[in-house]
Design a protein around this ligand. Structure first.
Ligand code: GLA
Length: 788
């Protein structure tokens, strides 16, 4: 009997043990796309996601930012995985510290937030090369985001490494990850569904029980949409929401609806106005979506910072992004609640699940000032050149196995007894030219600069080209963005009226990598031994100094007296600075400062006017100091279209969405003028979001070589509505004329070369009723520059 009892007790305790183990095991969830709604454990679930990027937030502040999102009333965090921060060299992975993706996701779960994972491989996100590692470009011919095995094999290795970190954090295994995104907006890059299917298959194998989805724009999602994936739309505040989902509803009437990127604001570029978007438009949009049970992710809810060299650049053209990724988001770059935050929180209060209240807003992180201090030492760059690489031909930065930073290209010149034309093909991205150490001028890729006149030179004179790389392009076909000088350098002289060009050879190339260890290895001298030049600038070089603080707290380091370069504090890469603005201060998180002495390094490739820094309590993100106008019309210019016959006259429809109008026959020319005669709303302004031309085969012409030759009126005072916005590949930005300037409004595109065209495609603004949309118009095409 006793024996039996014992056995029973043992059996019971075994059951108890098993039950305890089950209880302590995380709850497993199902998350699926049901009919008209997402289903979490078979119950309708509206995703209210906050987009946050862990590499853009100092790790000690991760949980603070997640709690800020939770307190808004969000139920999910949506995040990209940034390949290039995790795999700095092929096969060398880092998932620690700032890169501890799994820990970030666990913190989301701890705060009762679901997670949407967007592991690329391409992410865009205004991040260096859209998240792709630069070393892919060591193979010059690699096809990125295509079915090239050289690309796909690397993607597979990366995705497996990510799954190794987060594979057990999916909802079906008790983790918070409810959905995983396949690629990113592929429709605005290519139409190769087999490539997208390859990425889908990789992810499906790694995460067999997770709902996979694709995001894109409403205008092009069918280009890459796969039948077995959930489709979601990306669009910005102010957009006509019903219109954005119209096509999806037609194709899949039962699909759950989700705006996977609802852009709360926008990103800033060097040399352009600071971007903001009105809070009320964001809130109206969210209110409309939630009242219709439409899921959303607010991109960005908190943008954070592009530390170090991680800011990307946009194209067509070259428009490098600033260091701050504040994005005019509800939570500021430094994690403060903005008025937009409080307004949004009020709006989201009414959509809390029954019986639940929004969490408390966490206390703000304290801020402080730092008294002005001077950096007292400098390592002038020309006195600190490392061993050069010798090469007959120009080599790119990638060919030199360098990812980031600058290069100095040096060669000797032949004797030329007159001024000649130096062509740098192409300078990526900011090239300063020197002869025998004397500064001659700058070629700035943002302006398409490639040529500069140099004075007469003697045989053996030294030509130096100091090229600083900015972020690699993160959007469009131009992501294959080599740095340094990409091809060749030539000199052209005039011999008896005929140009005579010679290819410069025999280079010594000095690597100046953006590495803290490189900067600290230089030889520093007291600043006092290095007086400023006649322009008032101290030498180009790395500046070093210290500052002391009693109580570390967040601050904004002011670089208003500096030129252009990169900053490190206590070894942390803080980001790029550039005197042209609009960003003038760098966010300095208190968690990376120390009580007592702190070290600061600034590599200034122009040289500062005064090597002075101070910490401010608030950021300066809105001080543009550019010498060049942002417009495309010289004072007094008026376009003269007389003598040109229109190749097309017509009327656009008053609605949102793309419109295509055929020319009836092919026409050939280089300068295309679109003359808007009036607007549907009867006002005096015209606006265009995007514009394409079709060739003889009905294909869109590449807009890479396009520039704006003329625009009669452009709203650039505080806004970025210049003419080039019609081909910036962004449907939410637009060209708009200035209020009070009467019709007609004309914009002229230089197509870069003579082209044959058969149709135009026009996209008005995406807001309801397509504000300022053009009614009657004429199109002209000329081979010669049109007189102005
Ligand atoms: C797109 C991309 C994002 C980001 C935004 C603009 O939607 O998917 O990564 O680049 O544009 O901020």
């Amino acid at each position: 009997m006793r024996l039996i009892n014992l056995a029973l007790t043992a059996a019971l305790s075994l059951t108890a043990l098993t039950a305890a183990a089950t209880d302590s095991q995380p709850r497993k969830d199902t998350f699926t796309a049901g009919s008209g709604t997402f289903l979490l454990n078979d119950e309708p679930f509206v995703v209210k996601a906050a987009e946050l990027h862990y590499p853009r937030i100092p790790r000690p502040y991760w949980e603070h930012r997640i709690k800020m999102c939770k307190a808004l009333g969000m139920n999910t965090v949506c995040l990209y995985v940034f390949w290039n921060t995790h795999e700095s060299e092929p096969g060398v992975f880092d998932f620690e510290g700032q890169n501890d993706l799994a820990e970030f996701i666990r913190l989301c779960q701890k705060n009762d937030m679901k997670v949407i994972l967007r592991p690329g491989p391409y992410v865009c996100a205004e991040w260096e090369m859209g998240g792709l590692p630069w070393w892919l470009l060591k193979d010059k011919d690699i096809a990125l985001r295509e079915n090239d095995p050289r690309f796909l094999d690397r993607v597979k290795i990366f995705e497996e490494a990510v799954a190794g970190q987060v594979g057990d954090l999916t909802a079906d295994k008790g983790g918070p990850i409810i959905m995983i995104q396949v690629e990113n907006e592929y429709g605005s890059y290519g139409e190769d569904k087999t490539y997208v299917a390859n990425i889908r298959d990789m992810l499906r194998e790694l995460y067999p029980d997770v709902t996979l989805f694709q995001c894109d724009w409403s205008s092009n999602f069918t280009l890459n949409g796969l039948d077995d994936l959930v489709w979601t739309m990306n669009f910005g505040t102010g957009a006509n929401i019903d219109e954005q989902f119209r096509h999806l509803r037609e194709l899949r009437p039962d699909s759950p609806l989700m705006c996977s990127e609802f852009w709360s604001g926008w990103f800033d570029k060097w040399g352009a106005n600071h971007e903001t978007r009105p809070a009320d438009e964001m809130i109206e949009g969210i209110d409309e979506m939630l009242s219709k049970d439409i899921s959303f992710s607010l991109y960005m809810t908190h943008g954070g910072t592009n530390w170090g060299h991680w800011a990307g650049a946009n194209s067509p053209g070259f428009a490098p992004d600033v260091t701050s990724y504040d994005y005019d988001a509800p939570i500021s770059e430094s994690g403060q609640a903005t008025p937009k935050y409080h307004a949004l929180r009020r709006a989201l209060a009414k959509y809390m699940p029954k019986g639940q209240k929004q969490a408390k807003v966490p206390a703000a992180i304290p801020t402080t000032t730092i008294r002005p201090f001077t950096l007292t030492e400098v390592a002038p760059i020309f006195a600190n050149l490392p061993e050069p690489v010798k090469s007959a031909d120009i080599l790119t930065m990638e060919e030199l196995n360098q990812g980031f930073g600058s290069l100095l290209y040096r060669t000797t010149l032949p004797a030329i007894d007159e001024s000649s034309l130096l062509t740098v093909d192409e300078p990526h991205d900011y090239a300063q030219i020197f002869i025998n150490g004397q500064y001659i001028g700058t070629l700035d890729r943002r302006n398409g600069d490639r040529q500069i006149r140099i004075p007469a030179v003697n045989r053996g004179d030294t030509l130096d080209i100091l090229v600083e790389a900015m972020g690699r392009i993160n959007f469009g076909r131009a992501i294959k963005d080599f740095k340094g000088i990409t091809d060749r350098v030539e000199l052209t002289i005039d011999r008896d009226g005929r140009p005579f060009t010679c290819d410069l050879k025999g280079w010594q190339i000095y690597p100046l990598p953006d590495l803290y260890e490189f900067y600290t290895s230089l030889t520093y001298q007291p600043l006092a031994d290095n007086p400023a030049d006649t322009t008032g600038r101290s030498p180009r070089g790395v500046y070093r100094g210290t500052f002391t603080i009693d109580r570390p707290a967040d601050t904004f380091l002011d670089f208003g007296t500096w030129g252009k370069g990169l900053v490190y504090v206590n070894g942390h890469p803080m980001g790029r600075i550039w005197e042209i603005g609009p960003q003038q201060t760098l966010y300095m998180p208190g968690c990376w400062l120390k009580k007592g002495q702190n070290e600061i390094l600034v590599f200034d490739i122009l040289g500062p006017h005064d090597p002075l820094v101070q910490g401010r309590k608030t950021p300066e993100l809105d001080k543009l100091l550019v010498a060049r106008p942002l417009t495309h019309r010289e004072e007094g210019d008026t376009l003269d279209l007389t003598g040109l016959a229109p190749i097309l006259e017509g009327t656009f429809a008053p609605s949102n969405g793309w419109q295509e109008i055929e020319l009836g026959q092919p026409f050939t020319g280089r300068y295309l003028a679109l003359e808007a005669l009036n607007a549907h709303d009867g006002g005096d302004r015209a606006a265009i979001s995007e514009f394409y031309l079709l060739d003889q085969n009905g294909q869109r012409l590449s807009r890479e070589p396009w520039t704006i030759y003329y625009a009669d009126s452009e709203e650039v005072d505080r806004k970025n509505c210049s003419g080039d916005k019609i081909f910036d590949l962004q449907e939410s930005t637009y060209w708009r004329t200035v209020k009070g300037n009467p019709f007609p409004h004309t914009i002229v595109i230089d197509l870069g070369a003579t082209r044959t065209i058969t149709a135009i495609q026009y996209l008005p603004r995406m807001e309801a009723e397509a504000p300022q949309s053009i009614r009657d118009f004429r199109v002209y095409l000329s081979d010669e520059p049109i007189k102005k």
